[in-house]
Design a protein around this ligand. Sequence first.
Ligand code: DAH
Length: 345
Amino acid sequence: MMREQLEDLRTRVLAELEQVDSLSALEDLRVKYIGKKGELTEILKGMGKLSPEERPVIGQLANEIRQKLEQELEQKKDALEKAQLEARLQEETIDVTLPGRPVATASRHPLTQVIEEVEDIFIGLGFEVAEGPEVETDYYNFEALNLPKNHPARDMQDSFYITEEILMRTHTSPVQARTMERKEGKVPVKIICPGKVYRRDDDDATHSHQFTQIEGLMIDEGIRMSDLKGILLTFAKEMFGPDQKIRLRPSFFPFTEPSVEVDISCVMCGGEGCRTCKQTGWIEILGAGMVHPRVLEMSGYDPKRYTGFAFGMGPDRIAMLKFGIDDIRHFYTNDLRFLEQFNRL
Ligand code: DAH
């Protein structure tokens, strides 16, 4: 009786197995027939009723059948898995001849590129990068730089005032006083400060009401004009090439004494004379000088003991020279057709 039941089970399982076409159906089949609570287990519960002679015979048969079925199921499982993999490979075939989709790469703004290059050069010379606010007080923007209220030199920098005492900074020079205060009279002070500045200019090809500057300040005992010249020459060579020359011309700034304007030999013609340098062979790139004793004193440095130099340069001008850009307004109008041309770094 049990023998027939077992053989019948085997026949049914093998027949059903033929029809199975998925791994989940296969698993259902396994659970139903040879799982822990499956039909085979049910049948074997009747073992107790068998005679002692029959028991080992039926036991052996049951084991054979279980083994056979397990084997068959395993084989089927392998076959199904293989078929599934084949189907997936078929489905996911990549057509390597299809043209790729171009990856859109962003690029840094040409001014950012120039500012970062200048930063790298000065960091290499031991300077730190400092920052200051764009909305500034009259005190830091003018007074602490030896430009008292009503001083005529204020006229050089038409300003956007927010209140009587607060304005959009007209230059990065206020960071000089802020840095000296922060350093509390300690030396050396060696900083550069890049940032945006604002002036009430009429915009044209060379003027914008918003532009950028990089301030530099170095204070220590025994700093001299020759240190300023050496640092600026090193900078010019790093920035524009090893053959660069610089030229210092006397000038005036209220916060430096003596003051100079610094030219580099024309990067377009190498000093021969061309349209860019207006046939002079030189291009002005920055203002500089020895920090005025009153400026040192106002921010807590004893001018009898310490001296220093400062400079302020315009990255807009440098970027225009470097990339051959003819209009400063391009930097601030965010036209992608312009910006996408500087995707080199
Ligand atoms: N702040 C000046 C300007 O905006 C530039 C300048 C000149 C900065 C001489 C300096 C300096 O630090 O020493 O026109």
